[in-house]
Design a protein around this ligand. Sequence first.
Ligand code: NAI
Ligand code: MG
Length: 397
Amino acid sequence: MSRTIVAMPGDGIGKIVIPEAIKLLEAVGFEADYVHADIGWEFWCKEGNPLPDRTLQLLEKYKIALFGAITSKPKDKAALEIDPRLKDNGFVYYSPIVGLRQHFNLDISIRPCRSFKGNPLNFIRRGKQNDVEEPMVDAVIFRQNTEGLYSGVEWTDPPDQVYEALKTHKKFTPYTRVPKQDLAISVRIFTRQAVERILQAAFNYAKKHGYKSVTICEKPNVIRETSGMMNTMAQQIGREKFPDIAVKSTNIDAQMMWLTKNPEIYEVIVAGNMFGDIVSDGFAGLVGGLGFACSANIGEEVAIFEPTHGSAPKYAEYPVSIVNPCAMFLSSAMMLDHIGENEKAEKIRQAVAKVVGEGKIRTYDMMKLSGSPQVIQQGAATTSEMTDAVINATKEI
Ligand code: NAI
Ligand code: MG
């Protein structure tokens, strides 16, 4: 049975990496129809909406999507670039990615950070004998994707009712001496239901893939209510349902230090929205960075798979593309896993591993060059050469 996948290239290099991923998906024998869906800056400028309703409808219908990247700019810049005919019509720019996560309640973000042997971008450290060690990292970060500091419940100069409510908390007393217009407040909201879903997802993943530990990466000693809720629930779920999996806890700040010392000891990591964003970027940097960092946004019905890089607009203009499509390939493999096509997913991962391991074909980021059209003369592979290499590798697996 052939499936329909919604393809949302978005802006900039999103438009480059999506077609490359589709070529690879076809090469591993994944049969699907791809329907294009509009998203991003172009549609903000033309229509005053970066996430048109017709895109939401396609997602509602087909449920599974590949997403490239979008360009996003601050509100004042957005207001300047909108079609003059739409000006003063009350359109306000918002992030279509955050919009998608909230609209479809894509509350579970998964960001696997695994090193490929032979990747020149892998983390290395000095060993005890002053030798160079290259530990293989295999951490999978589960980030709560809809709540926390990204809930959008925030004010500068809070309205009276909010201010009065805050005054009922005794820790608010010092702030009552500050003029109201000088108060900026962002609310960190965790709900038991969402915390339970992200924890369950993480524990299930650990169990299914044979990981021995789940680490909660928060800050419960300071942010007692929200981080505290996640930690307490993790202990309980671990104890009652996953007795074979160790439940560990680290503070986000300490975690960022430890990952530069011994990243190989971490397995499944769970965090709220903001800390999950931070810790997943931290680990991604140890395994190749933006050219390799893949992710999934999973809700109860809809799931969207995307590289974590942005639209890198400058690179989209080059006559021949030089960006690394591997992050998009690995995100596509996550999509295949999600719909039960695990063998094809594994084939993609093994093919990427083979090409990286052989080291003959390397995009500019893997050669540690700064990006420019000249990198091709310096021996960097183009985007499509990398795709061809990965496709060829799938045939040998
Ligand atoms: P970016 O991720 O687009 O690019 C940063 C730098 O990383 C690039 O200049 C390039 O050197 C490198 N890079 C990114 N992807 C690469 C790839 N596939 N291969 C090799 N190198 C790669 O982030 P930046 O420049 O901060 O943002 C550009 C635009 O993208 C902004 O409008 C931003 O808002 C948006 N953005 C969108 C995201 C999304 O769609 N999920 C995420 C991050 C940023
Ligand atoms: Mg990020």
